[in-house]
Design a protein around this ligand. Structure first.
Ligand code: NAP
Length: 271
């Protein structure tokens, strides 16, 4: 992967934290990014599914060392990011995993849920349901990012990069996707504010395009709005969904080149 993405470049001696690493895009990013680190790096993988995380950890070990001759130390954190304890456990594990001499902190806020897309906005009368959605998709991303940045404050020689995996839905309303669109819009604004506040940080809102994952399958089967449902079904049947690998390659190229405007929304199709 390294040679294909940006020959000769690497992401340094990194501590890299990836949420939603158990499957889909997060799993692919975990696998591919691990080849771009210098020796002494650490990878913290978070999700709820213990077995899937362990399987990924074994795959990473079996894949062998990266181009530099050594792979990162991999730590799995089984955590439900919808709650405070889950967020705190990822921050704790990150502090434990990092060696003192890391020169690059990378946090990939990837974990998300689609929410109930089988109803229109007028069907959401239960505040607890909406709060629970926002807790995972908005609050946890803010609190995890704040906690990690607090644990690894600005210091000379330390680059700090925060990725938010966003979506076209952060910018455009999709009927019957009120939770998802609202969450993605709020989450993206949060990272734009962060980019304004912390000029030393590199903040990237990366929109990966329509990916062939479990989330897409859920979108195809559960969406209430007929035209949205039809357009996702057509993308699937006409082979227009992207592989996680193709989208991940663009993300990694962006991170290696490191010339994006901090806080920008960059979409797979614009690159
Ligand atoms: N698929 C698309 O077409 C598409 C398009 C644009 C943007 N995106 C974005 O890309 C990212 C990845 O999506 P995907 O398609 O790979 O989704 P996915 O296949 O549904 O995977 C979601 C990941 O998030 C984790 N997760 C969900 N709820 C969690 C919780 N409560 N606590 C901790 N982890 C949790 C899941 O792990 P566990 O279940 O093990 O916890 C899983 O690893 C998301 O931010 C999504 O919004 C996707």
């Amino acid at each position: 992967m390294q040679a294909d993405v940006c020959p000769g470049k690497d992401l340094g001696r990194a501590l890299c934290i990836i949420t939603g690493a158990s499957r889909g895009f997060g799993r692919t990013v975990s696998r591919e990014i691990s080849r771009l680190f210098k020796p002494g790096s650490a990878l913290v993988l978070a999700a709820r599914s213990r077995d899937d995380l362990r399987a990924l950890q074994a795959d990473l070990a079996a894949a062998g060392p990266g181009a530099d001759g050594t792979g990162p130390a991999v730590q799995c954190v089984v955590a439900d990011l919808a709650g405070k304890e889950g967020v705190e456990s990822v921050i704790r594990a990150s502090k434990e995993a990092a060696s003192d001499d890391i020169d690059h902190l990378i946090l990939v806020n990837n974990a998300a849920s689609l929410g109930d897309v089988s109803r229109y906005a007028t069907g959401f009368v239960d505040m607890a349901e909406v709060d629970a959605y926002l807790s995972l998709n908005v609050s946890s991303a803010l609190c995890l990012t704040a906690g990690v940045l607090g644990a690894f404050p600005r210091r000379p020689g330390l680059r700090r990069t925060v990725v938010n995996v966003t979506s076209l839905c952060a910018l455009r309303p999709f009927p019957s996707w009120v939770l998802y669109c609202t969450g993605k819009a709020a989450r993206e604004m949060m990272f734009r504010v962060l980019a304004e506040e912390e000029p030393d940080l590199r903040v990237l809102n990366y929109s990966p395009g329509p990916l062939d994952t479990a989330m897409q399958a859920e979108a195809r089967s559960s969406t209430a709005d007929p035209s949205v449902k039809q357009s996702f079904s057509a993308m699937f049947s006409q082979g227009q969904l992207l592989s996680c690998e193709a989208s991940c390659a663009k993300l990694l190229k962006l991170l290696l080149r490191d010339d994006f405007a901090s806080g920008a929304h960059l979409d797979f199709y614009d690159l």
